[in-house]
Ligand binder design. Structure first.
Ligand code: UD1
Ligand code: UDP
Length: 351
């Protein structure tokens, strides 16, 4: 069986690393890897291939940045050429980025089956580009791999039950797998140089970076916290900060880091503040309370016992959340048993 895997953005490299490792261990499957080039900085792309032993892409379209239409259009054109040349039995796409949408659309128009990992997520906020990408990708896919029961429910409600299966979350598999590697090498993966008792923050979603009032409010909230805040900065946010926002003294900006170092930063943080989808879950898996700088979450399982608190960019809510009691009960299961990638492979082979 020949599978064409399409990735392009940071969270997709992390998800594909886990699934590809399982796929490539099976001699019945031949995986071709296509990188759209949506993310291209060394620390947004190459570092993940190196550190997570992802095979080098067979194709890199190098589309780079652009408006949604330009970026997606360039991807469509490039992906179609590769699909015509490779003629895979199926295409595997991940998550909700423009690379996901372009991969699904290009393949389905050529009648090549599409399998969507992390299907069924919904914020019900159509102002998010990711929400549009998810709705369209789920609708045109042939096989939907749902990470949670909530995702299953969303897909069933949309009449997609017959192509939906529960797999669990590949990011949970990743945390279980790579956590061991971090714990085995405390010299390499360390937060020794980081100010003690820190909060870990990431911000990159359009709703915060393209709305200067939201970004200003978030940094106002940060300035009022009595802990250092470590912020590995997404290039999108860096560009805006350079021109528009005054950085409070307690915010320590660092370059984006590799996945393993990011996990170590999460493990050693007192709490996490983020608008990232992936980091909300990792915080939950690593038993760190997350304060979500958005007005909703797709990962509602993480709301259990205030493990995840939704504040948007409201400084008062952010302050209250950071001062709140930590959860009394442990996070609940609901993201599978760490074998999502195996289930995905099994379903692909029997499809
Ligand atoms: C994309 C996804 C988002 C995901 C995020 C993961 C879409 C619509 N959005 O958002 O869902 O959460 O990736 O990180 O697909 N840039 C660089 N170097 C890079 C990459 C980006 O400088 O290697 C800068 C460029 O100025 C670019 C901006 O970041 O215009 C935004 O990049 P883009 O890929 O369009 O969207 P993200 O915000 O990264
Ligand atoms: N991440 C990373 N380095 C960083 C910031 C984040 O490796 O400097 C990881 C993070 O641990 C998670 C993934 O990137 O696994 C999340 O990606 P991102 O926040 O960019 O996108 P989202 O999940 O919101 O789509």
């Amino acid at each position: 069986m020949k599978i064409l895997t399409i990735v392009g953005a940071r969270p997709q490299f992390i998800k594909a690393a886990t699934v590809s490792r399982i796929i490539r261990a099976n001699s019945a499957v031949h995986e071709i890897l296509l990188h759209t080039g949506q993310h291209y900085d060394e620390n947004m792309s190459d570092v993940f291939f190196r550190e997570l032993n992802i095979p080098l892409p067979d194709y890199n379209l190098e589309v780079g940045s652009g408006t949604h239409a330009v970026q997606t259009g360039l991807m469509l054109k490039g992906i179609e050429e590769v699909l015509l040349q490779e003629k895979p039995d199926c295409t595997l796409v991940y998550g909700d980025t423009n690379s996901t949408l372009a991969g699904a659309l290009a393949a389905t128009k050529l009648h090549i089956p599409v399998a969507h990992v992390e299907a069924g997520l919904r914020s019900f906020n159509r102002a998010m580009p990711e929400e549009i990408n998810r709705i369209v990708t789920d609708r045109i896919s042939d096989l939907l791999f749902a990470p949670t029961q909530t995702a299953i429910d969303n897909l069933y409600r949309q009449g997609l039950a017959d192509i939906t299966c529960f797999t669990g979350d590949v990011m949970y598999d990743s945390v279980l797998f790579y956590r061991k590697r971090i714990e085995q090498d405390p010299i390499k993966y360390t937060t020794a140089g980081i100010p003690g008792h820190y909060l870990l923050a990431t911000i990159h979603r359009a709703e915060n970076t393209d709305n200067i009032q939201n970004l200003t409010n978030i940094f106002l909230a940060f300035s009022e916290l009595d802990q250092p805040i470590v912020l590995p900065i997404h290039p999108r946010t860096r560009k805006i900060l350079q021109t528009s926002v005054n950085l409070p003294g307690n915010v320590h900006i660092i370059d984006p880091v590799g996945y393993l170092q990011m996990m170590k930063l999460t493990m050693d943080a007192s709490r996490v503040l983020t608008d990232s989808g992936g980091l909300q879950k990792e915080a939950y898996f690593l038993q760190k309370q997350c304060i979500t700088l958005r007005t909703e979450t797709e990962w509602i399982e993480t709301l259990h016992d205030h493990w995840n608190i939704i504040t948007g960019s409201n400084p008062e809510l952010i302050g209250k959340a950071v001062a709140s009691e930590l959860p009394a009960s442990p996070p609940q299961p609901g993201f599978g048993d760490g074998k999502s990638a195996e289930i995905i492979l099994e379903k692909l082979l029997s499809f």
